[in-house]
Design a protein around this ligand. Sequence first.
Ligand code: NAG
Ligand code: NAG
Ligand code: NAG
Length: 234
Amino acid sequence: MTFNLSWACVLVGCISASLAGAYNLSDEFPPLWKESPGQFSDYSVENGKYIINPWNYSERIGMYKILLAQTARYFEKFAPEDEQNILWGLPIHHGWQYHSGRLADPTLRTDCGHDSGDPLCISVDSWWADLNYYLSTIPFLAAIDSGLMGVSADNVILLPPSKDQTNFCYNVSSCHSSFPEAMKMWNKFYKCAMSPSSSFDDLLKYMWDAMFHPWSLLVRIFRVGKNKPNVILL
Ligand SMILES: *[C@@H]1O[C@H](CO)[C@@H](O)[C@H](O)[C@H]1NC(C)=O
Ligand SMILES: *[C@@H]1O[C@H](CO)[C@@H](O)[C@H](O)[C@H]1NC(C)=O
Ligand SMILES: *[C@@H]1O[C@H](CO)[C@@H](O)[C@H](O)[C@H]1NC(C)=O
């Protein structure tokens, strides 16, 4: 199985860094990684359900943090210290989006994501933020669905953005109905990860399929739905 790294670079920037396996985790953590939620109990709880606001950078990066922690054991056989967990590319990329101001409101109609307002706010008007929604919540909810997160699907609720609510999905069942293929592909990836006989190449392939699928789907959606999709930046 061959995997074309240069395509990964084109597609999602620094995701390639972690795929190449050549980077130093200790100095490459995304911004605010240590302070962000790292377990479900760090989020607020209402009626026995964890409430996650993916429109807050800290809470979104926290979903990755839980995902990385819960999948670490499946990557131990490839390298120590979770260094070969290919999911690292996702939070690293999101951290870069945050650090470079790409998650802030580009229209400047609100101060969402800007230093003058709430710097942690993720704007639904940011095209980057909207695309990343699918590369954070779908892998996260699919992991819950695959049974590797230790919580039941009914116990986690994601909060909607202030507008454009119908572009997104908020729980395992609604994501299955809105984005069935993407959920299915992430489920396949986790199933492969949990299998003791899986190879690193198999995992790369399944992750590639899962990432690529929603991504190409979204380019279509946002071409229709947003005025300025910068497809070239992908
Ligand atoms: C990774 O970074 C840490 C802290 O900056 C440093 O101590 C360590 O030697 C680095 N490891 C490698 C393999 O470069
Ligand atoms: C964003 O999330 C963090 C972590 O849950 C929380 O401490 C912070 O208050 C939140 N910010 C806003 C504006 O909700
Ligand atoms: C999941 O989301 C859908 C649509 O947003 C909602 O109708 C449904 O009640 C939610 N299910 C759970 C278990 O929260």
